[in-house]
Design a protein around this ligand. Sequence first.
Ligand code: GLA
Length: 378
Amino acid sequence: MTFQQVYGYEPSVRYSAPGRVNLIGEHTDYNDGYVLPFAIDRRTVASIGQRDDRLLRVASAFEPDAVHELSLDELDPSRMSGWSAYVFGIAWALCEQAGADLSGKSGFDVFIESDVPVGAGLSSSAAIECAVALAFTDLWDLGLSRKQLARVGQYSENHAVGAPTGIMDQSASLLGEQDAVVFLDCRTLDTAVVDLALESNDLEVLVIDTRVEHAHATGGYKARRDSCERGAAAMGVEALRDVSVDDLPRAQELLDDETFRRVRHIVTEDQRVLDTVRTLREQGPRAIGSLLVASHESMRDDFEISVPELDLAVETAMAHGAVGARMTGGGFGGAAIALVDREACGTITDAVTSAFAAAGYREPNVFTVHAAQGARRD
Ligand code: GLA
């Protein structure tokens, strides 16, 4: 399916936005903490045609034959369902969260295509949101910055789609740069771009998509978020960002064992992000391996969001010489990343694939990604 086949004319513009991989800093975003993601060279493209009425229509290559439509006068989450909420929700959140006035604006025909794998924890949803958010702010001339658009994307995901996620994915998709990671302070949204220098170090990032599907609108993700909020309240701070590694003994006295371990993951993970940034700047990517592995262990043992497939991916990659490896994203499935020597990509891919077969797991999808530019008009 193409835009032309659905709507019968050629689109006037195209915007695209990438998925993301998080190098380190997991579940820290909604605790006002630090994250270190990068945008990847897998993108979602939104092709757009201008209409002269108030209708928004959306269609996509992954749902042929379906065209969803909503008037700009009827924007409300109760009228949005399924994947089209990722598009309609942005128009709604532009008004609701960013105060945009769409009276007098006309609608669009939108067609979505993507090579960001869905359900792999690589933020295929943020890629749609960010491509569309950038398109709408440009075409409606709303003058919003990328940081404002990240907030709009998160708001839409929280309230139109219904997933209680943080700000990391949209920030990475909007602010990513080639060959670099985005160091983001999720409280202030201050960012710094940190050189990854993989190419000059003969390194690659392998994504190991376990193909175990996760869903953040339900279940474990929200439960972790609730534990973190309970922990922060018991510690008398606004967010776990305000607890340091030195405060952990006091946290252990105050909290039940499970809440304490959730808190310990967040507090140590924030510290690992800061350590990774410093290490990247001072020593380069070959020196961050033990931080990546420590992050994985903390998610496996303290935050308990890994699954056996992710653990096997990490263990196998490390056993075959990876510099570092960890699960990435929200957990409960999705993907792991491994930082590997360029010439070891084939060996490690084969080793992980055989280990999955031997364990009776579904065949994983293993591929390399490169840090790419964020959302743009193409
Ligand atoms: C998902 C959410 C993000 C973040 C990660 C975990 O990807 O969308 O906001 O919380 O999980 O780090």
